[in-house]
Design a protein around this ligand. Structure first.
Ligand code: COA
Length: 258
């Protein structure tokens, strides 16, 4: 499919997804959501994609939120349906089975912050800004923010951000654990790509199962999560990658995972 609102490029196993509505600060309208669905369905089932780097076009925004113009038309039925659709997209991204690294190059507000929360890790430029300003519009986060933000930074900090609608800078986002790393703007993509390529040198199944154990385990009891972890570990014992990883260590060489 030819995309109009995102850019999609594959380079040596790494998929680059760029939200491309810079004139509207990459706000997520229905077209962007549909194209992201298409892209991530493909990414999930394409074994040649080993990792994903997602960013925003232009130098001002990652994503400045859901498209506020489209929110105007919502009623209780379409409002709920729209949120469920966005949530399904972000769950698809979270459970794509490969690392998705967010390179946050400016505003990550509302749905933009929520999109970053669904990613595996978040790297930010020094001038990035984060927030869930929905209360200022008389609404609440609807693309998973009330759930994922509290799981990531804790209930108190999540409620502070969600209730105040305050916008915080990258340093504060780093301090509360919302972003993993901060880079100068001109180094952000390079560093995010370097990180992706490092992960891509690991066993693909090991990465997939590690993410599954963490993501699913967070929503289970400790005992259920531990059981899941042991099951996934057991499955890895059947892989060539495990044999290669252990053999390479004993032979004092770098593993070459398939
Ligand atoms: N939805 C739709 N359009 C948006 C948007 C959004 N979430 N965020 C920005 N835009 C549009 C603006 O309407 C403007 O379009 P225009 O040039 O046709 O008028 C364009 O993007 C540039 O934004 P502008 O507000 O002029 O930039 P700024 O630098 O003055 O302010 C922000 C930047 C991010 C502070 C401001 O755009 C903003 O508050 N956006 C909304 C953030 C928000 O509430 N997100 C949650 C939505 S649920």
């Amino acid at each position: 499919m030819g995309y109009q609102n995102i850019m999609y490029e594959m380079k040596e196993g790494l998929a680059f997804v760029t939200i491309n509505r810079p004139q509207k600060l990459n706000a997520l309208n229905d077209d962007v959501i549909n194209e992201l669905f298409e892209a991530f369905y493909g990414i999930k089932k394409d074994d040649s994609v080993k990792a994903v780097l997602i960013t925003g076009s232009g130098d001002k925004a990652f994503v400045a939120g859901a498209d506020i113009k489209e929110l105007f038309e919502l009623n209780p039925i379409t409002g709920k349906a729209k949120m469920l659709k966005g949530q399904a997209l972000f769950s698809l991204i979270e459970n794509a089975g490969k690392p998705v690294v967010a390179a946050i190059n400016g505003f990550a507000l509302g749905g933009g912050c929520e999109l970053s929360l669904a990613c595996t890790v978040r790297f930010a430029s020094e001038d990035a800004k984060f927030g869930q300003p929905e209360v200022n519009l008389g609404i609440i986060p609807g693309y998973g923010g009330t759930q994922r933000l509290s799981r990531l930074v804790g209930k108190g900090r999540a409620l502070e951000l969600i209730l105040s609608g305050d916008i915080i800078n990258a340093a504060e986002a780093y301090r509360i654990g919302l972003v993993n790393k901060i880079y100068p703007k001109d180094k952000l993509l390079e560093e995010a790509e370097k990180f992706c390529r490092n992960l891509m040198s690991k066993g693909t199944k090991a990465l997939q199962y590690a993410m599954e154990a963490v993501n699913k385990g967070l929503n289970q009891t400790l005992d259920d999560g531990l059981n899941l972890e042991a099951n996934l570990f057991g499955l890895l014992c059947a892989t060539e990658d495990m044999k290669e990883g252990l053999t390479a260590f004993l032979e004092k060489r770098k593993p070459e995972f398939k």
